[in-house]
Ligand binder design. Structure first.
Ligand SMILES: Nc1ncnc2c1ncn2[C@@H]1O[C@H](COP(=O)(O)OP(=O)(O)OP(=O)(O)O)[C@@H](O)[C@H]1O
Length: 297
């Protein structure tokens, strides 16, 4: 087995005059969850499209399951599952019909296809709705069927492009459980997300891309440690956060910072002090996009 399920070296991609990926280096260890974060338009989907052989890079190399995404496209395709925001589910069919059809197309005989379908419906808690048309499904059910379909054929590497975007908290957590379960089976998962909490909860390692480059790469803990110290949070009357300000946590620095802030905010503003979150890291890193890579490796 390859130590790294995914390896990316010096990857570059431009669309017309727009440089989207400007020399990306990444490695994802086999059997781990890797989260790719970045602001809108940072190139996350483009990177997934390159890794899943849908788009060719201009420069650099990438291997998935030890195979080159350009020179060994078919081998890569056989090693991966891809679940995007717009997965290929036929909405006019039921969940059972969709799964059964994909199973047959993947080469299972009819008995195997039925067994596989039943197993996936159960695992994704869709048995009760198996005979309803997918177009009647809620957002959470729809995501579960998308994911179930991409798992019909068992593949070692799974790409998830924003798997929980638009879902409510409960559905999101249910999907997290499923994703963690897939990792337990040894599947390597590469996901993109806009939710820092999602990366924090799921990922063994996180990379942040901005300005076409990897601006940070490490565990959630390592990335938070990059911001260091503490964060002062100013909370307004409606309990909304008015502002967060980094501090080293010393009395001296807290007193100086607060006396400056006291001039700017109403006197009934409340203050809390906390450890930095991944949100703070993200803001700190992506507002200085492309300046330098902060690797916590
Ligand atoms: N086929 C294409 N032709 C031209 N431009 C493209 C193409 N695909 C992507 N782009 C551009 O490349 C940039 C990166 O897009 P991409 O979808 O990879 O970003 P993203 O990080 O996934 O964004 P989001 O979080 O909004 O989904 C965007 O500016 C987009 O308009």
């Amino acid at each position: 087995m390859n130590k790294h399920a995914i390896e990316v070296k010096g990857l570059r991609k431009r669309f017309g005059s727009q440089i989207v990926l400007d020399g990306i280096d990444l490695a994802v260890e086999t059997g781990t969850i890797f989260a790719l974060l970045g602001p809108n338009g940072a190139g996350k989907t483009t990177l997934i499209n390159i890794l899943s052989t849908l788009v060719a890079p201009d420069e650099g190399t990438a291997t998935v399951a030890g195979r080159d995404v350009v020179k060994e496209r078919d081998e890569v395709k056989r090693a991966i599952s891809l679940t995007g925001q717009f997965a290929a589910v036929d909405e006019a069919l039921t969940a059972e019909e969709n799964l059964n059809m994909i199973a047959r197309l993947s080469g299972f005989n009819s008995r195997e296809a039925r067994a596989r379908t039943a197993g996936l419906l159960k695992r994704f808690d869709l048995t009760a709705s198996a005979k309803k048309r997918v177009k009647t499904y809620s957002g959470g059910m729809r995501r579960r069927i998308d994911l179930a379909i991409s798992l019909v054929a068992e593949r070692p590497v799974l790409f998830l492009d924003e798997p929980t975007t638009g879902l409510d908290t409960l559905s999101r957590r249910a999907l997290w459980e499923i994703i963690l379960d897939l990792k337990k089976q040894g599947i390597t998962i590469f996901l993109t997300t806009q939710y820092l909490e999602e990366a924090d909860q799921l990922a063994d390692r996180i990379a942040v891309i901005a300005g076409g480059r990897v601006v940070a790469n490490g565990t959630a803990g390592e990335l938070k440690a990059r911001v260091g110290g503490e964060v002062l949070e100013l909370i307004g009357g409606d309990d909304g956060v008015l502002r967060t300000v980094p501090t080293d946590g010393s009395i001296q620095d807290v007193r100086r910072t607060l006396s400056e802030l006291a001039l700017l905010y109403p006197q009934d503003t409340r203050v809390s002090i906390r450890k930095p979150s991944l949100d703070d890291v993200f803001v700190a890193l992506t507002t200085t996009a492309g300046s330098k890579e902060v690797s916590a490796r």
